[in-house]
Design a protein around this ligand. Sequence first.
Ligand code: F0G
Length: 361
Amino acid sequence: EDFEGEGVWRYTAALPLEEGVTTQEGATPLYEVPRLEESVGIEALRIKHEGMNPTGSFKDRGMTVGVAVARELGVDRLACASTGNTSAALAAYGSRGGMETLVLLPAGKVAAGKIAQASLHGARILEVDGNFDTCLDIVQDLASRGEAYLLNSLNPFRLEGQKTIGLEILEGFLADYDAVPDRIVLPVGNAGNTSALYKAFRELVQAGELAADEVPKLVGVQAEGAAPMVEAIENGADEIRRWDEVETRATAIRIGNPVNAPKALPGIRETGGTAISVTDEEITEAQRDLAGEGIGVEPASAASVAGLRKLRAEGVVGDDERVACLTTGHLLKDPDAAAAAGNDPEPVAAETEGVLEHLQS
Ligand code: F0G
């Protein structure tokens, strides 16, 4: 009720602080996608596009809280390991909060837009000759030695901010359909969002705001080349087997050791959800489908739509369902992937006749 802030900060009742280090994060669009909805073949499909946050990903929702907590604690150096988006958000929010930032990135595996952001916002960028999981091992060591304050999704304050994704989705569906969604489909890397959404819904149930049987089913989607969560769900395992070799075009979710799995696995199971993997080709196809509705996302984001399509085809998702797909990052994060998936530029002569001839040929 008495909301004063905007976006993420409308939800102070669900957050550990009254205000954050902010650049107006949250309040992202919940797009209608009529053609995609029809081709998937479900009652309703909406796209919660987190790429519309200030730095172009959902990470801003976590950083606005996490960086504010760091400032209250009086720490002076913030650090994260990142496949790119976390580093971009940390660099931006750290500089806004007046703190030094350090980011560890897997060399050669971070999309251009993300490095550009971290760079211009003034982070020290350490390129590690190893994958994301190794970067996170190192940052955890640095944090435990008191060298830096950790702002990966292991930081619980970040996930408090990310809960607001779930709250906005529920509000949007209630406004438009008078009911919460049956299912929320999201890409999984470290499973921070999966954990955060589950926590948000549990808290609503505890507060008597949501019936236990109304909690949306959580569906995690991973790339085939980096799918330890899917493996754990399929095997009914309580723990993740860390994948040392991971590969996917969706570099944001090129992760072999999802650190929030202990919280996310129960979230998927207890909501009646599931986890599924998709190929890079399926991801690119879904990226084109979204682009065809005017929604520009980076590859990892499109995994949600690719996963939904697959589950619908398998009959796991029914035609009567209302579903929200989360798209986590903006198209411009990975301009090379976008250009590779889209049309090629056509060279033409520098005069109208030549252009007309080219168009007719
Ligand atoms: N989508 C995008 C675009 C991401 O950047 C990430 C994670 C995820 C999905 C996965 O989210 O961890 O909550 O399951 N990116 C992190 C980073 C790892 O460093 O930017 P999750």
